[in-house]
Structures are given as structure tokens and as C-alpha cells.
Design a protein around this ligand. Structure first.
Ligand SMILES: Cc1ncc(C[n+]2csc(CCOP(=O)(O)OP(=O)(O)O)c2C)c(N)n1
Ligand code: SF4
Ligand SMILES: [Mg+2]
Length: 293
């Protein structure tokens, strides 16, 4: 495994909030992908972070596209590069709203057509760019500007929707484990066809925790089993490093929940439902890895 390259493709001093983990992830994604890459970015925090024309924080070309159209745009680019006999990485970097809600139709189409691209969803569990409204990815009980009493429904299971399309490679990652993310992007780009990586990206203003706790928050998501790191290669599931330990002996969920203002005042009933959901996910993925599902 080669060391992470020193070259930077996302420059310093962007307009990201202090402690923004999605911009940190993008930095590692681009280091893994290298200069022969085009990034497709729909409306989301990243389209602000990239800077305002004629300035830019990006050292690769970026195609900004309408909120729901990233995967369709990437399909066209991928086909165009193929027709010209050029090998360029086509990577979508989109938020959870642009992926699991408004962009799901375009994503489904591109996966089904077998588009040769990498789709990365960085999941801050809300519509961050427009002021932290709830998205389908917002977890049960979380307060957002449109769910001031806590979200009454559970987080949409985007990964199972993607899995139903049988892509050759899909994985989860978390900003608190950048080397794991880096390796997954490298691997994904070495495989032909549609690839999908879902990154949990803690967001200080959205989750309401101090900026300096952003790495700790990601680690707690994984250690409590709330977010499970895995890869599914040609249908075969592998649970990755830190999640192996977490799934056998998870840290109490309270440790993750109590550090976030968005979960303030969650009732004991909702908290029980959150815990049950974590346990169910752990069991489901453990069974799948063991081949007993
Ligand atoms: C059709 C359409 N509806 C609404 C918007 C406004 N809008 C821009 S970004 C955004 C939220 C994006 O949320 P997400 O995809 O989760 O990315 P994040 O901002 O959290 O990074 C919304 C609602 C838009 N640009 N286009
Ligand atoms: S709102 Fe969240 S995801 Fe968006 S720039 Fe700020 S920290 Fe990053
Ligand atoms: Mg979001």
C-alpha cells in the first residue's frame, strides 16, 4: 500500500464550516483519484466549498449540475470519454439529499445502465447547504429546522436501495477513518462499471456539536455500531477493521447521542427505537457476512 500522496487537489481556506468533515473526505477522495479526474457536483455544500468563479478551491475540473441530475450528467461524461478512448475518472460527489432523495432516479438509472463511474454520497444527514432541513437520510429523533421536535421517521436505507442494483463494488466509509476511505476509492476506481461509496460525514452546525469534536463524532458513530464500515465486492460482503470490533462489543449508544444537540430531548421510547435499529443492522450485516441470510 503506497503512502497517501502529498499532492493537494482541494486547496486550503475554503468556505467550509470549521470542522467540516465532508470537505476533509473530498480531500482524500481526490488524493486517491489523482489529477486525471472530473468531479460532478450537484447543488450541495460542496458546490459552495469549491468557491465562486473565477476563483476555485479545486485542482481538478468540476461539472456543476442541477440538484437531481448528477448521475445522469456523469453517465454522459463517462460515455463521452469512452467514445474518445480516454481514461478519465468520473466521480460524483453529492450530498445525501442529492443522492437518496431528489437524485435517486438518476442514480438508479446510471447503476442499471452499468455506467462506468464512481458515485460518492457524503452523508451529513440533512440538507446542509440550505439551512439544515431534514432529508430522507436524517436519523430518527434528530432535530432539524423542519423537524424541530425530532424526526418521526427512520433514516432511509440508501445502501440497500443501491445494493438492489448489484453494482460490482459498493462500500461505506466515515470521515474519521481517512485511510480506509482512501483505499476504498483506489479500489473502486480499479473496477470497471458503476461503483458507490457512502460516507458518513459528521457536520458540526447540523449535528450541533463543537467543531473540534468532528473526528471523535465519526469514531463514535462507528464504535457504537450506528455506522458500519463494509465493502461489498461482486456481491460478497466484508465488514472492515474498526467495525469488526464494534459489532462484537459496541460502545454504548448514549456516548454518541449525548454529544449532539440535534438529539437533545430525545424521549426514552425514541432512544430505545434507535438502539433497536442499531442492533438490527449489526445482526443483518453479521448474518450476511457469515452467509446465513
Ligand atoms: C430542484 C432543486 N430543489 C431545491 C434546491 C435547493 N437546494 C440546493 S442544495 C440543497 C440541499 C442539499 O442537501 P444535500 O444533498 O444533503 O447536500 P448538503 O447541502 O447537505 O451538502 C437544496 C434543497 C435546488 N438547488 N434545486
Ligand atoms: S453545513 Fe456541514 S457539510 Fe456543509 S460545509 Fe458546514 S460542516 Fe460542512
Ligand atoms: Mg446533506
Amino acid at each position: 500500500m503506497s503512502a497517501i500522496p502529498k499532492e493537494e487537489y482541494l486547496f486550503k481556506c475554503t468556505s467550509a464550516c470549521a470542522g467540516c468533515s465532508s470537505s476533509l473526505c473530498l480531500r482524500y477522495v481526490l488524493k486517491a483519484a489523482g489529477p486525471d479526474t472530473i468531479l460532478v457536483v450537484p447543488a450541495c455544500c460542496t458546490s459552495v466549498i469549491q468557491g465562486m468563479y473565477p476563483g476555485t478551491a479545486m485542482n481538478v475540473p468540476v461539472y456543476n449540475i442541477a440538484f437531481g441530475a448528477a448521475a445522469a450528467c456523469a453517465s454522459g461524461l463517462s460515455n463521452a470519454f469512452e467514445a474518445r478512448g480516454e481514461k478519465t475518472n468520473v466521480i460524483v460527489y453529492a450530498g445525501d439529499g442529492g443522492t437518496g432523495d431528489i437524485g435517486i432516479q438518476a442514480l438508479s438509472g446510471a447503476l442499471e445502465r452499468g455506467t462506468n463511474f464512481l458515485y460518492i454520497c457524503y452523508d451529513n444527514e440533512a440538507y446542509g447547504n440550505t439551512g439544515m432541513q431534514r432529508s430522507g437520510s436524517t436519523p430518527l429523533g434528530a432535530r432539524t429546522t423542519t423537524t424541530p421536535g425530532g424526526k418521526p421517521t427512520v433514516k432511509k436505507d440508501l445502501d440497500r436501495i443501491v445494493e438492489a442494483h448489484n453494482p460490482p463494488y459498493m462500500a461505506t466509509a466515515c470521515s474519521a477513518y481517512p485511510l480506509d476511505l482512501y483505499k476504498k476509492v483506489k479500489k473502486a476506481l480499479s473496477i470497471e462499471g458503476p461503483k458507490f461509496i457512502h460516507i458518513l460525514a459528521p457536520c458540526p452546525p447540523g449535528w450541533r456539536y463543537p467543531a473540534e469534536k468532528t473526528v471523535e463524532m465519526g469514531k463514535l458513530a462507528v464504535k457504537t455500531g450506528t455506522w458500519i464500515l463494509y465493502e461489498r465486492e461482486f456481491g460478497k460482503l466484508t465488514i472492515n477493521g474498526p467495525s469488526k470490533t464494534a459489532m462484537k462489543k459496541p460502545v454504548p449508544l448514549e456516548d454518541y447521542v449525548r454529544g449532539q444537540g440535534r438529539f437533545k430531548n430525545v424521549s426514552p421510547e425514541i432512544f430505545d427505537m434507535m438502539r433497536q435499529q442499531v442492533e438490527q443492522n449489526i445482526q443483518r450485516l453479521s448474518r450476511e457476512e457469515a452467509g446465513v441470510c
